[in-house]
Design a protein around this ligand. Sequence first.
Ligand SMILES: *[C@@H]1O[C@H](CO)[C@@H](O)[C@H](O)[C@H]1NC(C)=O
Ligand SMILES: *[C@@H]1O[C@H](CO)[C@@H](O)[C@H](O)[C@H]1NC(C)=O
Ligand SMILES: *[C@@H]1O[C@H](CO)[C@@H](O)[C@H](O)[C@H]1NC(C)=O
Ligand SMILES: *[C@@H]1O[C@H](CO)[C@@H](O)[C@H](O)[C@H]1NC(C)=O
Length: 641
Amino acid sequence: MCGICCVVTLCSQHAIHDFFNKDILCRLRRRGPDSSQQLIKTVSDLSYECLFSGHVLHLRGLVTPQPLEDANNNIFLWNGEIFNGVHVGDLENDTEVVFHHLALCSSEADILSLFSSLRGPWSFIYYQASRHSLWFGRDYFGRRSLLWQFSNEVDSAFCLTSVSVYSESGNQWQEVPASGIFKIDLKACATTKSLSLTLFPWKYSCTEKTAEEIFLNVLDQVSKDLPNHIHLVMNESKLCLRAPVIPLNKMISEALGECPGTNTSNIIHAISVETLQGFLAEEPRKKLVCQFIDVLNEAVKRRVLSLFRDEGQKTREVPSMSNRKAHVAVLFSGGIDSMVIAALADKHVPLEEPIDLLNVAFMIKEQAKQKGTAKKHTSQEVKLDLLCPQESCQDLDAKTGAHLSCFDVPDRITGRAGLKELEAINPSRTWNFVEINVTLEELKKMRQQCINHLIYPLDTVLDDSIGCALWFASRGEGFISNQGELKPYKSPAKVVLTGIGADEQLAGYSRHRVCFKKYGLEGLNKELEVDLDRISSRNLGRDDRIIGDHGKEARFPFLDEDVVSFLNSLPISEKADLTLPRGIGEKLILRLAAKEFGLTASTILPKRAVQFGSRIAKLESNSEKASDTCSRLKLFSVDEL
Ligand SMILES: *[C@@H]1O[C@H](CO)[C@@H](O)[C@H](O)[C@H]1NC(C)=O
Ligand SMILES: *[C@@H]1O[C@H](CO)[C@@H](O)[C@H](O)[C@H]1NC(C)=O
Ligand SMILES: *[C@@H]1O[C@H](CO)[C@@H](O)[C@H](O)[C@H]1NC(C)=O
Ligand SMILES: *[C@@H]1O[C@H](CO)[C@@H](O)[C@H](O)[C@H]1NC(C)=O
């Protein structure tokens, strides 16, 4: 989406350019290719100076260059998307709308209530001139990236930016925690020559009894990662933001709770699509599934319709299908999450418009293949792979050599099968199945040039694998099949839908099974709650930086506030049943939904994480743990080039 950045210096000695250099500018521009502007605000009597830099990716209304400044000298940078909560007309730009509302706020409580009401992803920076205050923050789930860095004590200065560059020397950047929104009183800070932040945290309700305790917890969490000289406080009247979703229902019905995993009468030996049919025969269950479909359908609808479509296209005479431009793409593995999203998008994207299905595969190196077969697979992959019947092709491939293409990784195979299902659901739609084949050489090159900067400040092996896979997938450059012939294709879609959030809410990860076996439903509930709490710091900031780098916007239907509230309202037993085998028990409600609206084989595919499905995890080192710091993300490491 957009790239936003603000540098604040509190004494004039400190040059803005220590933070804001051409590398950062270049990264920001990639996120917002449609308009770039800088604005410097110097308040000399108070000796503070701010640079605002705004880079816009145009999606709705007319292009609105940023930063925006109004007659009262308020300044606004917005990297977000309003899907609900505040009205944004079809031809309006949400940046203007939010800015306008902000300027009308007369108290802190007003500002908090405005941000509490927004539905959709956002990060923002707002300079409130009359109070010399700088406000900034990220939405409840942290769906948009924002980083910060503070200089050392002597010359107070700091910077906020959507994306940065990795460097071995210099201060560390960190992700701004999505724990609430922050305010800095620049006048007070300039006077005392020290930095103090006020945090307004998210809470389910501002009248909660446990408020005090929650406040202290959040305060601790956030301060522990800040440099010592930065003070973090709460407003003394305990002002807070209202969370946009309801709390997780952790109720466990007694019959289900007592003996996890031991009800042998429940075990299904051969799962099939008919198994799902059995569940749907239960009337209360079916009703919930239909409600889920409705709410998810709305979420997808908002995300595929809130974008600018070239109306000119419509009036031209009978444009041939193949000339139509796709506006929406789906990160597509053929697994249940991406299948459901693609099938729902199909209901709302104008029929004459193609939908791009982005499917990434990393070449299985000859050497890696031999190594892989020689020592069999690592235990985790065996688990992930053996349960998928298609995997047998892979083994066949290893034995017979060139029989299958070296890009025929698991996600490619399920992707093709998924495409067939979608074509069956809607044969008149043009489905562009974009085969994105990545070689080791290209992976290394692009990681050095840019992906490592986007992943930063995250740094594990898992961040590297997922980050690289996402970068190539969302770039959308590959091949599509045209009457049996492959031709080069680059997806023009600015909106990229992803299924992230489904596994976190519906117990899709293998570790959820482990947790359930050990600690039962209570433990599983806790794990799921933690998963959603930390999704901002684990995934979303990183994913936004990665996808935004292509001048595209990631949209997350499973993290729509209404979807999350709906799923949070259900007891776990309605969402997943981990006593059932893989491929059916996890994400049960989603599988039932998919079955209900006509998907077939894809409804019972087990989860395969993108790093395994795309085979990127196999490409380089097999011996490392996902949580290790990734040496390949470091600059100039010798073995890289
Ligand atoms: C943005 O939207 C506002 C309405 O909210 C409108 O008044 C303004 O002209 C728009 N700006 C541009 C540049 O389109
Ligand atoms: C705390 O909030 C109250 C009510 O909005 C406000 O009057 C007061 O100035 C705030 N205090 C600080 C330290 O910002
Ligand atoms: C075990 O499964 C059977 C059949 O589905 C069911 O009737 C029974 O209530 C279950 N028992 C427990 C303890 O969950
Ligand atoms: C990409 O990989 C697929 C196998 O999944 C293969 O059929 C296709 O030919 C490859 N495309 C190119 C351009 O190499």
